[in-house]
Unconditional design. Structure first.
Length: 571
């Protein structure tokens, strides 16, 4: 037995008065012993029971007097760990017990270590062990298993964390329950296979053994019909976490939100349902997700992670988690600064792309080759990095986040002009594409009652490859074309068949069949599969004249128009 334990040991015949005197004499700061506990042992220091200050108070409240022997009120069946064990081993066994029994963490505030003969070896503080432990010891929960949440969950699993993932969508849970990702992301299937039902498990709740120590919230924050951010999914996820939150846990928000949401919406819900104070009872931070779909697994390990906490200790704790994933973290001074970083990144890109698209609309009316002038403006001129135009600016983030930024600005009594107009330009570009297609078909194919239109590319982007059709500008174009034409065919090698046919577009499994008899073909994203097509051979099977609208400029006009009756256009 460690010599220091003698100071808090007492024999069973001692009364409660002696116990209280012993408790009062314990100096935790001097003796490195947890406060508020007495060990009841025999002359050979074999443990018979324990008595905490709470046990004594309850006994006296129940009628016990100061002369009552401690043996009458002691706990004879405390949680014990048979040693000797390292601190890590002790903590592991204690956490396993907490999760298995669904106990609150305070129930194991003090941990008694004994030998095989029940002789006392040590008494340790669970709180001290917990907060000194390697963060990888902590079990992580991820709420929202979409593109953001699932890639994060599996990356953490790959780093050695035990991860439990939850999604409100039953179809997502069903797919992950059999080890199958519900979307395409480079490397995702393999990493899920590596950790399926090992380091990563899809769960229906966070109770008992699924209870976690760190919770990442990565649910969607869509816009309502008025382009206002809808936080219902976020609030539901936060309530779910709050109901299982324990002292010392951490909550890290990854969802894109209006500025101030973590402090004014998330924190109050967590505090209300948990009874704990943010920054004191639990850590709270915002760390924006900034990966690009198609390279998420790579970028999670390389991009700097921006972190803002409700206080510095929350930010530091979160940075410790992320330090296992990436070598670079950027700590900002508040939750709000971290929230605005995400809005800056996506809104900046939206504005930049919209500038290129508006430039294209201007150049088209002036008869100027947009690609040629953009390349000339950028060449050797470091202060200019204008991107080439695209068929509108879409995606789940870029079509949504500017509106979240706009609403945040309005709270500060400012009406953004540039951000709103950038979104308008994207709409104008899609109107331009639809009008160009309709004009060709009406003027040069007027004799055909139901012209065939082939659309290549339904994911919101083509490079890096993704299967995500959320916010796809192709789907907006489809709706515009369907007002005049019904014979639409679609192909995208990364997109599920149903994500095309659900929009009343005929699915093409063989691209050659798609070109056969086509009256117009439009490439809507830059998937690598579209870059090396035998376009001339494919176009020979199309009806003539045929429009080939290459919105990404993947092919040369002079090569395409070597096919008699083929008309080439690009932005």
């Amino acid at each position: 037995m460690k010599h220091k334990l003698e100071k808090i040991c007492i024999s069973p015949e001692n009364n409660l008065k002696a116990v209280l005197k012993k408790l009062a004499g314990n100096k935790p700061d001097q003796d490195s012993l947890p406060a508020g506990i007495i060990l009841v042992a025999d002359a050979h220091y074999k443990l018979l029971g324990i008595a905490t200050d709470g046990d004594i108070r309850r006994a006296i409240a129940g009628g016990a007097g100061l002369s009552t022997p401690v043996s009458k009120v002691m706990n004879t069946r405390p949680f014990l760990i048979e040693g000797p064990k390292s601190n890590t081993e002790i903590l592991s066994l204690a956490v396993e017990k907490l999760r298995k029994e669904n106990w609150h963490r305070d129930r194991l505030n003090k941990i008694v270590v004994v030998g095989k003969d029940k002789r006392l070896l040590d008494l340790v503080s669970f709180y001290d062990l917990w907060h000194r432990s390697d963060s990888r010891f902590k079990q992580i929960g991820v709420l929202g298993l979409g593109y953001v949440g699932l890639t994060l969950a599996l990356t953490l699993a790959d780093l050695g964390f035990k991860v439990r993932g939850f999604d409100i969508n039953p179809a997502v849970r069903k797919s992950l329950a059999v080890g199958k990702p519900h979307f395409y992301e480079d490397g995702l299937s393999q990493i899920l296979k590596d950790h399926f039902n090992k380091n990563f498990k899809s769960v229906d709740n966070f109770n008992r053994e699924n209870n976690c120590d760190v919770y990442f919230i990565a649910v969607g924050t869509p816009l309502d019909k008025n382009k206002k951010p809808d936080l219902k999914y976020l609030k539901n996820a936060v309530e779910r976490v709050a109901k299982v939150l324990k002292t010392g846990d951490a909550v890290i928000l990854r969802s894109t939100v209006p500025i101030g949401t973590t402090r004014t919406v998330v924190a109050p819900i967590l505090e209300k349902h948990s009874g704990l104070k943010a920054g004191e009872g639990f850590f709270l931070a915002f760390a924006p997700e900034r990966t690009v779909e198609g390279k998420a697994l790579e970028e999670l390990r390389t991009l700097p992670q921006v972190i803002g906490g409700i206080n510095r200790v929350s930010a530091d704790f979160s940075a410790n988690i992320f330090s296992h994933m990436t070598h670079s973290t950027v700590l900002v001074d508040s939750l709000e600064e971290a929230e605005v970083v995400k809005l800056i990144n996506n809104t900046y890109r939206d504005v930049m792309f919209s500038f290129s698209n508006e430039l294209s609309l201007i150049c088209h009316r002036l008869g100027i080759n947009t690609h040629r002038v953009v390349e000339a403006a950028n060449r050797g001129y470091e202060r200019s990095n204008v991107p080439l135009p695209s068929p509108g600016v879409g995606g789940a983030c870029l079509e949504k986040d500017p509106f979240i930024f706009i609403e945040s600005a309005k709270v500060g009594n400012y009406q953004p002009l540039l951000l709103q107009n950038a979104r308008t330009v994207s709409d104008l570009m899609l109107d331009f594409l639809a009008n160009e297609m309709m004009g060709f078909l009406k003027n040069k194919k007027s004799e055909i009652k139901n012209p065939k239109i082939l659309i290549l590319g339904f994911a919101f982007k083509g490079r890096p490859v993704t299967s995500d059709v959320r916010g796809s500008t192709t789907l907006i174009l489809v709706k515009k074309l369907q007002k005049q034409f019904k014979n639409l065919y679609g192909f995208d090698p990364a997109v599920r068949r149903s994500d095309i046919t659900d929009h009343k577009v005929k699915y093409v499994s063989d691209i050659k069949k798609g070109f056969e008899g086509a009256d117009a073909v439009i490439i809507m994203n830059n998937n690598p599969a579209f870059e090396d097509l035998d376009v001339r051979g494919l176009l020979r099977s199309a009806n003539k004249p045929v429009l080939f609208f290459d919105t990404w400029g993947l092919y040369k006009k002079e090569e395409v128009e070597k096919v008699g009756g083929a008309e080439y256009r690009r932005l």
